[in-house]
Write a protein that binds this ligand. Structure first.
Ligand code: SIN
Length: 332
């Protein structure tokens, strides 16, 4: 204990960012921070990762899970990762814009037919390359974790794009999502996830876009009387660590961890759809929100209004990346 305190103190005095396990013989500590509740696809994934590491690497690696923005929120979590204050995160793919624009392919509205198509894309070579797209910034992508497709919620019924005009919608920090709402005449407002419920409740914004699991776990449905099942975009995650931290571990430990990551990824991605279905059922059973089901014509109207965003961001994201994503759709 004394030894570890001295090591941390020396590192601090020297201005170094010491790995969390700087003292010899101590386990590597992985602080895994995230912004959602435990009972969500990501929350469960983090806990399963912790459990498997405890079972297989006790004494060598210790995982601490911090859900619900309790350690860092989404405004500063990436910096915390790079500073060595946390060692693992799984931000939404919309939150990496500062480090790479390529991942914003996942934000393009109506790009993927369904979550199965997204899942196919995540397994393709292009997506595997995107895991390395932030290497220059010291960010190491481990894998993709699913949540689900996003639904539009609001204080009024949204059937056509005109229904959204003039309303303020909370968005994640993504230029593509900003353009998507501007395309229907709405006002996008960037807010950290932890502030969304309160902003909706106070009427600072009138709408949002989320998968069912995030709506339910934050009780957003209690302040959003209408939910349009639009499935217009995707909210999945990239499990990331810092290259510096990851490479500071011995090869054998890293290999074991990578095996665990693969196992947890498969579990999360298998269960995410069922969790979203469960939360959809719970929300509808609560009677707090009216479900709006779009006719094919109404859905097409949203699609047509939002699709120009693809072309606007093609140069930033890369035409090759968008093309690769489109090939996973069955009708392609
Ligand atoms: C999350 O699921 O991690 C939160 C996404 C959001 O900020 O909407």
């Amino acid at each position: 204990m004394f030894k570890s305190c001295v090591a941390v103190l020396v590192a601090a005095l020297c201005g170094l960012t010491a790995p969390a396990n700087a003292a010899e013989g101590e386990p590597f500590v992985i602080k895994f921070a995230h912004v959602v509740a435990d009972d969500t696809p990501k929350g469960k994934g983090a806990l399963l990762f912790q459990k498997l590491v405890h079972e297989r690497l006790a004494g060598k690696v210790k995982v601490e899970v911090y859900p619900n923005s309790t350690l860092v929120g989404d405004a500063d979590e990436m910096q915390a990762l790079l500073d060595g204050r946390v060692q693992m995160l799984a931000p939404s793919l919309s939150k990496f814009g500062k480090y790479t624009r390529k991942l914003q392919v996942f934000d393009l509205p109506f790009l993927f037919d369904d979550q199965d198509a997204v899942q196919r894309f995540q397994k393709r070579e292009m997506s595997r390359e995107l895991l390395r797209s932030m290497a220059d910034s010291g960010i190491y992508g481990l894998d993709y974790w699913n949540n689900g497709l996003k639904q539009l919620s609001a204080t009024q019924a949204l059937r056509t794009p005109d229904d959204a005009a003039g309303l303020a919608f909370r968005i994640q920090p993504s230029a593509v999502l900003e353009a998507q709402f501007e395309a229907v005449g709405a006002k996008p407002v960037v807010l950290p996830f932890a502030e969304v419920y309160s902003a909706l409740k106070k009427g600072e914004v009138q709408g949002a876009e989320n998968p069912w699991s995030n709506i339910a776990s934050q009780n957003m449905h209690t302040v959003q009387p209408f939910i349009t099942e639009s499935n217009h975009g995707v909210l999945n995650y990239m499990l990331v660590t810092s290259s510096k931290f990851w490479m500071s571990m011995p090869f054998a430990v890293r290999s074991e961890l990578e095996g665990i990551v693969l196992e947890v990824t498969q579990a999360v991605n298998k269960e995410a759809a069922a969790l979203n279905q469960r939360d959809r059922d719970r929300i509808l059973a609560s009677g707090s929100s009216k479900l709006i089901t779009l006719t094919p014509e109404q859905r097409q109207a949203w699609r047509e209004k939002m699709m120009p965003v693809w072309q606007r961001y093609e140069a930033d994201i890369g035409a090759d990346v968008i093309r690769a994503a489109l090939t996973v759709n069955r009708k392609h």
